[in-house]
Design a protein around this ligand. Sequence first.
Ligand SMILES: NC(=O)c1ccc[n+]([C@@H]2O[C@H](COP(=O)([O-])OP(=O)(O)OC[C@H]3O[C@@H](n4cnc5c(N)ncnc54)[C@H](OP(=O)(O)O)[C@@H]3O)[C@@H](O)[C@H]2O)c1
Length: 376
Amino acid sequence: MIRHREAVEIPRDALSRPPEIPALSFVTAALDHLVLPGLLRFTRLGYRARKGSFAPLAASLGGRTAVVTGATSGLGREAAAGLARLGARVVLVGRDRRKTARARDEIRAATGNDDLGVEVADLSLLSDVRGLAERLLAKEKALHVLVNNAGVLENERRTTPEGHEISLATNLLAPYVLTRRLLPRLVESSPARVINVVSGGMYLAGLGPECFGESVGKWDGALAYARHKRALTVLTELWSDEVHPRGVAVNAMHPGWAETPGVARSLPGFFRLTRPFLRSAGEGADTIVWLAAAPEGALASGALWLDRERHPAAVFPGTAGSPEERKRLVEELERVTGEPSGAAADVRKKTSGPERARRPRAIRPPSGTPAPGAPR
Ligand SMILES: NC(=O)c1ccc[n+]([C@@H]2O[C@H](COP(=O)([O-])OP(=O)(O)OC[C@H]3O[C@@H](n4cnc5c(N)ncnc54)[C@H](OP(=O)(O)O)[C@@H]3O)[C@@H](O)[C@H]2O)c1
């Protein structure tokens, strides 16, 4: 029988203990290194297998403001609806005013949340991204969640009127500029979260010329896309080092393979072949909402997630980005966008690769006891 003193002291002790950050499981990391089991996790079967172990998300995001890019379609739209359902004020960013307003109206009808904003910006144009950041800073006195979701895979190489290759501009330059400009407001509003939507395709790619806007021989849109996502994952780690101590958790997630208009358009062959196994857009977006709403103790920062579980950010040698490649990435981003990178100074000081530096504290042997409340 629990005595009165214990009844008070046990929960008090549990509440006063700092939450344990979930570690990367050794088994998960090992399966990711074996390519086939790793790929099966990307399908709807992978999502359903994991779903059984999800702890209920009893969070309210009332009083919190979230910005979601690419909110008109696919994962971004599902993420915006999920955040609205949890009570957040959600600002939907789209490039077409009518389409974005329609998404807002449909999300409002489906969730009953009236506190939804619309911002229009073509994220392949840096001038539009800067304008968007300016408007958000003027209108939103507090910002708690930024979801960098908009992304494209371009099968043909095309450049914007500003001279940047379109997928590079959308997938990398836009989230870089938007995040750099909004970070001070996120820090002021902390605890806050940045969620970068990347892709499992980046497992096959390291940083390379397509991240630096350099012309390559024959254009390979899928490789360029994978490299942009790798670069965004590297930025996730650098930004986390910079702002997590100030209350902003920065994470990357990959949604697995989800049935969205983007996949149908960019990868028609893959879409036809894998359609029976693709997860729904809502299933793909689940981890975005979870990363925005999970209690602080269930989250790490600077990590990669799939289905609410940490995964290694790189599994093949040479893909994580050496210190020299990371330094070049931030210097090029600064040069191309004119936007100072707080991470650049830190990355210049680093002597050992962040991948190596992270490993010892990231991987937990299978015998490890899971952290209380941590996703398994
Ligand atoms: N679906 C998957 O299996 C999968 C797998 C890995 C990673 N991802 C990533 O998930 C994210 C969402 O992809 P999705 O599959 O949901 O694709 P989607 O259905 O094509 O949605 C992409 C969103 O981005 C917006 N967007 C594209 N270019 C833009 C621009 N220049 N300016 C403003 N908005 C722009 C689109 O706007 P419009 O509605 O106007 O086109 C749309 O809202 C992407 O970052 C993608 O790389 C998806």
